[in-house]
Design a protein around this ligand. Structure first.
Ligand code: ADP
Ligand code: MG
Length: 267
């Protein structure tokens, strides 16, 4: 066995021990390139470290994307802003790119009837923030309420709320569909109060604030929840006709204007 092979084997072992998989994978080829091209030692070291750091960041973002539970195809690139004139694309882009609002624990609230793109837009925002290195969790509001209620019954609500602290943004989709039940809605209130001015929430809802009394039951609790949510919030009103319905109508209209033989070609 040659000296170089023994050195390579020892290096592999040490890089495994140090958990540096990218350096391990690239060490031999970069060393060879460095010898061939006469790199100064610091250049080789820098190249190895840069690759390790870059791949570590990629792996981290992949992990954060997986834990975020976002729909893979609901991205900003597939969102048609022209369909929702009341929403400013520039404002959404600013939310996607500037993270100062997350540092302040500010919120985003999206309102509008079913099918107008609230879930799509909020997922798209989530993806953009994951790309930027933030941690996001997308959950149906009724699911998280159930999870928190179970935690309360087992006397571990504070621990469960603390676990959610690792997310810079918690997306609560469809607040309006939470069941009207005192113990359930009070855990939702506790979640809102717990994150207030510390960690951001993005909430989508079909119903305007005036109907939130049906979600929180007690008027004082509704008022307190709304107060905390809107205190530092960007509100996106999406009062347009359902995108789904418009898309379906558009397809039907296109079909009607096509000669019957060419129907299959209509998108
Ligand atoms: P909501 O959450 O408001 O009920 P969704 O986000 O579920 O609506 O949107 C319904 C469907 O229409 C989804 O498939 C979504 O991707 C699509 N959609 C809605 N609005 C848009 C839009 N502006 N651009 C592209 N797709 C959209
Ligand atoms: Mg939705």
């Amino acid at each position: 066995m040659s000296g170089a092979t023994i050195t390579a084997g020892r290096m592999d072992l040490m890089l495994t021990e140090l958990r540096l998989p990218t350096m391990k994978r690239l060490a031999m080829s970069l060393c060879t390139q460095s010898d061939r091209e006469g790199w100064p030692a610091h250049r080789l070291l820098e190249a190895l470290l840069e690759h390790e750091l870059a791949e570590r960041e990629t792996r981290r973002i992949d992990r954060h994307r997986a834990e975020a539970c976002l729909s893979p195809d609901k991205r900003l690139s597939s969102f048609d802003f022209a369909a929702v004139p009341s929403v400013s694309k520039a404002q959404v882009m600013a939310l996607a790119e500037g993270h100062e609002w997350l540092d302040r624990g500010a919120n985003v609230l999206l309102f509008g009837p079913p099918g107008v793109g609230k879930s799509h837009l909020v997922s798209a925002l989530g993806h953009a923030l994951v790309d930027a290195g933030k941690r996001v969790l997308f959950t149906r509001c009724s699911d998280i309420v159930q999870r928190l209620q179970a935690a309360r019954q087992e006397l571990r609500l504070p621990q469960e709320l603390a676990k959610l602290d690792r997310f810079d943004l918690l997306i609560l989709d469809d607040l309006s569909y939470v069941r009207r039940d005192q113990s359930e809605t009070s855990v939702l209130f506790e979640l809102i109060a717990e994150r207030y001015e510390r960690k951001s929430l993005a909430v989508t809802a079909n119903t305007p604030f005036s109907q939130w009394g049906e979600v929180f039951v007690e008027p004082a609790m509704t008022l307190a929840a709304v107060d905390r949510l809107v205190h530092h919030a960007t509100i996106l009103e999406m009062n347009v006709e359902s995108y789904r319905r418009r898309a379906a109508q558009g397809t039907q209209a296109a079909r009607r204007t096509q000669p019957s033989g060419t129907r299959e070609t209509v998108a």
